[in-house]
Design a protein around this ligand. Structure first.
Ligand code: FES
Ligand SMILES: [Fe+2]
Length: 425
């Protein structure tokens, strides 16, 4: 449970808010490289924490991110022409380089006029098939984090992006530190016959609805362990530990292994969500594996469009929403389905946004199964307070190469510090 004031402090991310200022101190993954694939291709509008930007890939393949509104008289640069190593505003033809340099001002006679000004641009990095930006003060830019998936060939990773409208970013993160919902909300997935990385790893979690939950706060965020006694072939049981993480403020390792959920606020009520899978050996990004993984999570292009979460179409009218009960299919429930919603990711999207765009946490009753959720609040609030107090939280300097999610069987689960310390390497 949180007071209304703390709930708002945690969920509001506009410039000048405590959480908004804290999140702006980190490098933010804002686009998949494939969403801006072509040099001189169409620009894309980015919406991050209530601010909008024009992202473009110039003739040389370099990505630039500028404020969406042209610094001359505010036309949208997303409508602009990407050409000759810059982006040109349609209104009066001013042209900008990726670093904000004004290259041309065709409606101004004095050639030196343009040298006095600059468009607002942001530091950009492109790594691991992802485009990152930094929105904070230049003098406080943190080291760029290196994630394990940067180190595998492009075809060995698979990333998908989707948009969850009417849902604050913290709400989506909660599902990734809440193992008990896996057994209940997602029970239809366990009935499936599939052997992809997604299906195999969640199968064991189907047996026990009230796992033992332990959480350890760390310098990067938290480790979260759920232990279930799962049946063995000889009729006995064995403890399975599913260990997940929250790497503040945007990343969550799932216990399935080389798999990250990334959650970034677009506004206080709209959220950008990515999943990234990678493997040192398997080419997850190539067919048929790629489609099999996306099908298992119900993250195929068709499903994203149907659910109103596709990055290119989420804003179209008449999508599944609270008012139409997300087009829940009650007939399927009569015939044995649990939710009447396409299993797994669509179920999370629907259930988490069904709480209302910013969930009222002053009314919730947290149970022992919700320790991860309560700790998640605490990590977020401490981060916001630390930045507001001028401190340098350790999360700014986390090394993602030393953090992982995993799952394993143990004859007798010995949790607590020993486990977490061994995972912290
Ligand atoms: S508004 Fe962009 S060039 Fe005038
Ligand atoms: Fe879920």
């Amino acid at each position: 449970m949180l007071s209304h004031a703390d709930n708002m402090k945690m969920c509001q991310t506009g410039r000048g808010t405590p959480m908004g200022e804290a999140l702006r101190r980190f490098w933010i993954p804002v686009l998949l490289s494939e969403q801006l694939s072509e040099p001189d291709g169409p620009p894309r509008r980015l919406e991050i924490m209530g601010e909008t930007f024009a992202a473009f890939r110039n003739t040389d393949g370099v990505v630039g991110i500028l404020d969406e509104q042209c610094c001359h008289r505010g036309a949208s640069l997303v409508l602009g022409r990407v050409e000759g190593c810059g982006i040109r505003c349609l209104f009066h033809g001013w042209k900008f380089a990726v670093d904000g340099t004004i290259m041309e001002t065709p409606n101004v006679l004095d050639p030196r006029f343009k040298e006095k000004f600059r468009a607002k641009s942001y530091p950009v990095r492109e790594e691991g098939g992802m485009i990152w930006m930094y929105m904070g003060p230049a003098e406080l830019e943190p080291p760029f984090p290196h994630w394990p998936y940067f180190d595998v060939p492009a075809e060995n990773r698979l990333a998908v992006a989707f948009v969850v409208d009417e849902c604050n970013f913290v709400q989506l993160g909660e599902a990734l530190v809440d193992s008990s919902h896996l057994t209940i909300l997602h029970k239809d997935i366990f009935a499936r016959d599939s052997d992809t990385v997604v299906a195999v790893a969640v199968k064991n979690a189907g047996a026990v609805a009230a796992p033992k939950i332990e959480v350890q706060e760390t310098d990067f965020g938290l480790y979260y362990a759920a232990t279930r006694a799962v049946p063995t072939e000889d009729g006995g049981t064995v403890d399975e530990v599913r260990l997940a993480t929250f790497v503040a403020p945007f990343h969550y390792h799932n216990a399935n292994g080389n798999f990250l959920g990334i959650i970034v606020p677009m506004t206080d009520t709209r959220t950008l969500h990515y999943f990234v899978w990678w493997d040192e050996e398997k080419q997850l990004g190539l067919e048929p594996t790629r489609s099999a993984i996306l099908r298992d999570g119900n993250l195929t292009e068709e499903l994203l469009i149907q659910m109103g979460t596709h990055p290119d179409t989420w804003f179209l009218p008449d999508k599944p929403n609270r008012m139409n009960n997300y087009r829940q299919y009650r007939e399927a429930m009569k015939n044995g389905a649990w939710t009447g919603i396409p299993p797994l990711v669509p179920e999370d999207v629907v259930i988490l946004s069904s709480s209302g765009a910013i969930r009222d946490r002053s009314k919730e009753i947290l149970a022992p199964a919700d320790i991860g959720v309560a700790r998640l609040y605490r990590v977020f609030l401490r981060l916001a307070d630390a930045i507001a107090n001028g401190e340098e939280p350790s999360a700014l300097y986390s090394n993602p190469m030393t953090i992982a999610g995993t799952h394993f069987l143990v004859p007798e689960a010995r949790l607590g510090r020993i486990l977490f310390q061994s995972m912290s390497r």
